[in-house]
Design a binder for this molecule. Structure first.
Ligand code: ACM
Length: 544
């Protein structure tokens, strides 16, 4: 292994001139003259954090008390040369660290610098960390994050953020010592799919609100955001071939109690997917069908078997609506929607809902799903649905999202035996819209009260008989919006339970430990306060 010191000796002279030019080009008023010899490490500081003070818990940490790194006005962020992705992640990290530190933190795509640096490197991370993991090394002279992919590198930067004092999240310059604990972290996820869901149908949430949620999710290594885009109360995505879906179905007076109107234009949706992608999050769009369709059916009379449009609905009942299964027009409608949505969706999945189709017989449901699931493939996407979809014995590439509260489900277990993959979202564990306890002012309670420990203390691979580790694509924390209007409402239900589900998705089953999680969670609170996150201060946690 090359020592930190040797690396400095080797690179300092060779790259000084490049660096000088780059620094000049950044036009940042750096209060420095480049030293002729390697920069002295900042005075030894005592880190306030430890390598394992991170959510989700890292796979492996090896502390080195001699290796404390301290951010200083001289620190540069160095990224893999010729890698636009690494440079972009470097810029994001600089944007995160500049307000509180007040340091210039120039981002330099050079092979080496003589300065104290945060090196963000794609390549050379070793196969163990896989496609989404990273290796983070902290010595006195530098922090180095190595990953095989941009996703892994981004994940490493989120860990680094949590290794800095909480004041790093402040919007104004703070007087503190920015120490990062020394040593090595090797980290990679347990599951490929670590999701959250936001319901835009019951109350619409705006693009800035969705972006705020994405910012919060990305800190906990969530990599999928499922958007529930249609339901009985509202239709929230522009479809050009059926234009009144949004102007009427998502228009004034829609949403629960008539106070959740709005929709995403295609440009809005593209902006959200791009914003998410820059934070290594893939959007999963859902159009719920054949039930949960009153907004579409009240907008277009021809989508009803009797040709009569029902009134719009602003209540929270479920299970009464259904597309007309035996009408060819239904499939033209569904194909138009899937085609247009697939066209603007860069991610691999398209969710077709399929839950609570109580106004449809089992035969009708099977007829519908057997026509619709292949349409998703026709437009280049992989079909995904709530677990009821498994009743129709779909092709083995269809993904089931389990939302039940029980520990057995024969259709799901049989689907798993045939090779279908599952995302675990048991409503009595993972639903972020369930009240914490009977006094919670927001949310519902039909599945359970879910305190933080309830959200954390379960194993996705031991939840449903016959649905083990190998069957799981991952976990997801859905947030339904019947009672939620604002981003403050969203945050109150998601925090602190979202980090619990994020840890179930990322960290090893062996590391699962309530007392450890509880302690780490309590330490997140100062960050949330500085980020103005409206969290629920659960009495189960000792909040810093
Ligand atoms: C659901 O909660 N109906 C998926």
């Amino acid at each position: 292994m090359t020592t930190d010191h040797d690396e400095h000796q080797e690179v300092s002279v060779r790259h000084r001139h490049t660096l000088t030019r780059l620094l000049a080009a950044t036009a940042l008023a750096l209060p420095l003259a480049l030293p002729a010899t390697p920069a002295a490490a900042a005075p030894t500081a005592t880190p306030t954090r430890q390598l394992d003070d991170v959510i989700p818990a890292p796979v492996e940490t090896r502390p080195d008390p001699r290796g404390t790194f301290t951010l200083s006005p001289l620190t540069v962020i160095r990224t893999t040369p010729h890698s636009a992705a690494a440079r972009q992640i470097g810029r994001q990290l600089a944007d995160t660290l500049r307000p509180a530190t007040g340091y210039p933190l120039p981002v330099l795509p050079v092979p080496a610098t003589p300065l104290p640096e945060i090196a963000l490197l794609i390549g050379g991370a070793g196969s163990r960390v896989g496609q989404e993991g990273y290796q983070l090394d902290v010595t006195r002279h530098r922090v180095t994050i190595r990953a095989n992919t941009p996703a892994g590198l981004f994940a490493g930067t989120q860990t680094l953020r949590q290794l800095l004092p909480a004041q790093i999240e402040a919007a104004q310059r703070q007087r503190t010592t920015w120490a990062v604990p020394g040593g090595r972290i090797i980290d990679y996820p347990r599951f490929a799919y670590r999701g959250a869901m936001l319901d835009l149908a019951r109350h619409f949430h705006t693009v800035p609100e969705i972006k705020t949620y994405i910012d919060l999710l990305s800190q906990y290594k969530i990599n999928y955001l499922h958007l529930h885009l249609s339901d009985d109360q509202g239709w929230r995505i522009q479809i050009d071939s059926w234009p009144r879906l949004t102007t009427v179905g998502g228009g004034p007076g829609t949403g629960v109690d008539g106070v959740g109107p709005g929709y995403l234009t295609k440009d809005d949706y593209k902006a959200v997917t791009a914003y998410a992608a820059a934070r290594q999050i893939t959007i999963v769009p859902e159009i719920d069908m054949p039930g949960h369709t009153n907004a579409a059916q009240s907008t277009y009379a021809e989508l009803n078997c009797d040709g009569v449009a029902p009134p719009p609905r602003t209540d929270i009942a479920v299970g009464y609506s259904s597309l007309c299964i035996d009408d060819e027009l239904t499939y033209r409608f569904v194909e138009d929607v899937i085609r247009e949505l697939a066209e603007i969706t860069p991610g691999p999945y398209l969710h077709v809902g399929g839950d609570e189709a109580h106004a449809t017989t089992d035969e009708e449901y099977a007829t519908f799903m057997r026509r619709v699931l292949p349409l998703v493939n026709k437009y280049g996407k992989r079909a995904y649905g709530w677990n009821e979809v498994m009743q129709v014995d779909p092709a083995s590439d269809v993904i089931a999202q389990y939302w039940g509260t029980g520990t057995t489900n024969a259709d799901l277990a049989e689907a798993v035996a045939r090779g279908n993959k599952v995302v675990m979202s048991p409503a009595n564990k993972a639903y972020l819209d369930m009240k914490y306890d009977r006094n919670t002012p927001l949310g519902l309670s039909w599945a359970a009260y879910i305190e933080v420990r309830d959200a954390y203390d379960w194993d996705p691979a031991q939840r449903v008989t016959g649905v083990g580790e190998d069957a799981l694509l991952g976990v997801e924390a859905p947030l339904w919006s019947e009672t939620l209007r604002s981003i403050d409402d969203i945050e109150y239900m998601a925090f602190p339970r979202l980090p619990a589900i994020a840890e179930l998705g990322w960290s090893t089953a062996a590391s699962h430990d309530w007392e450890s999680f509880r302690a780490r969670l309590g330490e997140q609170a100062p960050r949330w306060r500085l980020q103005q996150v409206n969290y629920y201060p659960s009495p189960q946690v000792t909040w810093s």
